[in-house]
Design a protein around this ligand. Sequence first.
Ligand code: BEZ
Ligand code: FE
Length: 280
Amino acid sequence: MSRAPDARLRTVMEALVRHLHAFAREVRLTEPEFELGIDFLNRIGQATHDAHNEGILFSDALGFSTLVCLLNNGQNGATETASALLGPFWRQNSPATDNGGSIVRSATPGPALFADCRVVDPKGNPLAGVEVDVWQASPVGLYENQDSTQADMNLRGKFTTDADGRFWFRSVKPAGYPVPTNGPVGTLLEAQGRHPYRPAHLHFLCSKPDFKTLITQVFVDDDQHLESDVVFGVTRQLVGDFRPGAGVPPAADIDGPWYQLDYTFVLEPGLSTLPTPPIR
Ligand code: BEZ
Ligand code: FE
């Protein structure tokens, strides 16, 4: 290790090897278990393709993605909105959508949702021109790229905040869904006796030059799995207030229950970077 010119690589690899060896000693790892572990890692790779990232899912199910997220965000008196893991389903190039527009791009079940959101700086000043990428699963339990019956980019859209820092859109109230269980991570969850559900949520990625990119999720307050999210993503601040709509519905086609979500995101000054998309 001492000959590696990259000091950070030396630090990371030295600690990784130390902890990996300590782990094997602590559990007295047997040779069949070692083989099973290597086979598991290989199967994670084999299950990964352009439209699915089993590696991220594995990290998510171990709570590791959330740990890395919390270590890198919201520390040292930070005032930004809490972050939550990116997850395996963010796609680049979601369709630019005008404020007030709908991200429902093909027939999708579920009550209508009207989201009215703001993005502000730590002093509460509105931030105009923030790009906000929004994505969510259909209430059938699948993201559009997992489900050929949904239109391409269904329930995905990119908004820009107006002069008051506002962005607003129509969607459907999200429902909880199971993470994909047809790969090795599903086998592991089953062996651990864990349920595969994520509580209902919307994903948000807010970016603006000279502000730290915020990747987060807002959770539906009445979901039964808020306290047992399979990927450990829920923090109290991120539980939204999904109010049942009252009075005249905001759109003529609504003939059942509908919901209203108001949420304010706080961005801190900092570096604007985008993550590498886990899928295409
Ligand atoms: C998601 O919220 O999209 C997600 C996060 C982790 C694992 C699977 C899905
Ligand atoms: Fe999700």
